[in-house]
Design a protein around this ligand. Structure first.
Ligand code: KIV
Ligand code: ZN
Length: 510
């Protein structure tokens, strides 16, 4: 069995998904979960992109101990210096430098000759090696690069000291047969290739990212790059959970394994979905809500007789629990704490007390409290965003023939209680107008999504909003058994974040 290493780029390529904008504490929360999942490398960002990116990579590098932390960098000295500044405190660090190699990019983007591209690539790897023991080099748009030239580039960077060579299918253009062939050509023609890690990185524009990744693995790649839930630029990247499960389920065929703790997959997927606001489609492989649901009578009959008739992955394998409804009104603090530990939370006493109070409130509204309810309840609170405005009350007058009117009362961080009312086109609109007034903020609502966390009429509703104010874009989530309250909480939380982003308040990292 070969071991395939996992390079997670959820926080870099994944964060490039349109509309996704994570705060430092959200990035750290995801990084810590990726570490728990057991990924070998975490690409935490692009240090030269902004001081905020640099800082959040620094924080992740300081906190994560068991995965190598990576920063992306163009093949220029300033980017490499910034990456070093971000990563020097890491237990294990890796510089990821890239330059485009394809004819299209050379001509239209870089305006460089083939020789100039190689010069830049080699200079970047050599400069990176001054600080970093581990340097990964990527040939951007590698899959559309002439193979003989790709071999030349790879030979040059291997000779310059790159320890990992990555061939991205940047625009998701290649086919499995073509992509696999590139890896075979490199393996057969680059001297010293056996001493470096060959890596694949696939985008999903034609829906082939995972198939291409697996073709590269078959052809000798020993590192797979991808994102949780397949998020990323345009149609996204190869979904790590799908690649990992393909290798696990078909180990007879691939003869390869990863060191991932597969039972952490469901939790990681839910966390990434919740924090990015990119909800997972029900039919998504491995982590979709329907991935293990059997609808047709024939299938149900088969599964009841013998699960393997229609089930190739046990839900427990990836951490989905069989919706046991264990906690309720009569559950005490001890049982609640045990449940939190089982779900992977370690809360400080004060956080625990607060979570327990909210759990009891929920029990008053909902008879059975499932694991998903508890995760939603706790995660919605652990954001480390100072509450500049805390929701005290939201009230609504609604009738199908009258104008909805909302009144909202908040308490400011300084203890002042403010109340405002507003009319709107609908219930949510009137609540949001009242919040704009009470907080004295003007924002644009870019996105509003609502999902039900569990099943049933008393299910928790989760609302996600994305707001823009000038150059700032922020997200907020809110959870409640009442969708209007969840809507108000999500919006207010986003406004609290906005205030932090603008620099009017300080974000606390966990
Ligand atoms: O898709 C791509 O080419 C990339 C590189 C920057 C590695 O993400
Ligand atoms: Zn990419």
């Amino acid at each position: 069995m070969r071991t395939i290493e996992i390079f997670d780029t959820t926080l870099r390529d994944g964060e490039q998904s349109p509309g996704v904008n994570l705060s430092s504490s959200e990035k750290l929360e995801i990084a810590l979960q990726l570490e728990r999942l057991g990924v070998n490398r975490i690409e935490a960002g692009f240090a030269a992109a902004s001081p905020g990116d640099l800082q959040s990579i620094q924080e992740i590098a300081r906190r994560v101990k068991n995965s190598t932390i990576v920063s992306l960098s163009r093949s220029v000295q300033n980017d490499i210096d910034k990456a070093w500044e971000a990563l020097r405190g890491a237990q294990s660090a890796c510089l990821h430098v890239f330059i485009a190699t394809s004819p299209i990019h050379r001509k239209y983007k870089l305006n460089m000759t083939k020789e100039q591209v190689i010069e830049h690539a080699v200079a970047a790897v050599k400069y990176g090696k001054k600080h970093f023991d581990m340097v990964e080099f990527s040939c951007e748009d590698g899959s559309r690069t002439e193979i003989p030239y790709l071999i030349e580039v790879v030979q040059a960077v291997v000779d310059a000291g790159a320890r990992i060579v990555n061939i991205p299918d940047t625009v998701g253009y290649t086919t499995p047969a073509e992509y696999g062939n590139i890896f075979r050509e490199l393996t057969n023609n680059v001297h010293g290739i056996e001493n470096v890690k060959l890596s694949c990185h696939c985008h999903n524009d034609l829906g082939m990212a995972v198939a291409n990744t697996l073709a590269a693995v078959e052809a000798g790649a020993t590192q797979v790059e991808g994102t949780i839930n397949g998020i990323g630029e345009r149609a996204g990247n190869a979904a790590i959970e799908e690649v990992a499960l393909a290798l696990d389920t078909r180990s007879d065929f691939y003869q390869a394994k990863t060191i991932l703790k597969l039972e952490e997959i469901a939790r990681t997927s839910k966390l990434v979905s919740r924090l990015t606001g990119m909800f997972v489609p029900g039919n998504k492989a491995v982590v979709g809500a329907n991935a293990f649901a059997h609808e047709s009578g024939i299938h149900q009959d088969g599964v009841l007789k013998e699960a393997t008739t229609y089930e190739i992955i046990r839900p427990e394998r990836v951490g989905f629990k069989s919706n046991k409804l264990v906690l309720g009104k009569l559950s005490g603090r001890h049982a609640f704490k045990d449940k939190l530990t089982e779900l992977g939370y370690q809360l400080e006493q004060e956080e625990l007390n607060e979570a327990f109070t909210r759990f009891k409130d929920l029990c008053d509204k909902k008879k059975d409290v499932s694991d998903e309810d508890i995760v939603a309840l706790v995660d919605s609170k652990i954001t480390n965003i100072p509450e500049m405005f805390e929701l005290e009350n939201v009230q609504l007058a609604y009738g199908n023939n009258s104008v909805p009117t909302a009144s909202v009362r908040v308490r400011t961080a300084g203890g002042e209680v403010r109340e405002e009312a507003a009319c709107g086109n609908g219930s949510v609109d009137s609540i949001y107008k009242a919040i704009d007034r009470v907080t004295d903020e003007e924002v644009i609502l870019d996105d509003y999504k609502i999902v039900s966390v569990t099943h049933g009429k008393d299910a928790l509703g989760e609302v996600y909003v994305r707001l823009t104010q000038g150059e700032y874009t922020v997200q907020g989530r809110g959870v409640s058994t009442d969708v209007l309250e969840a809507s108000a909480r999500a919006y207010l939380r986003a406004i609290n974040k906005l205030i932090v982003r603008r620099g009017d308040a300080v974000e606390v990292t966990v």
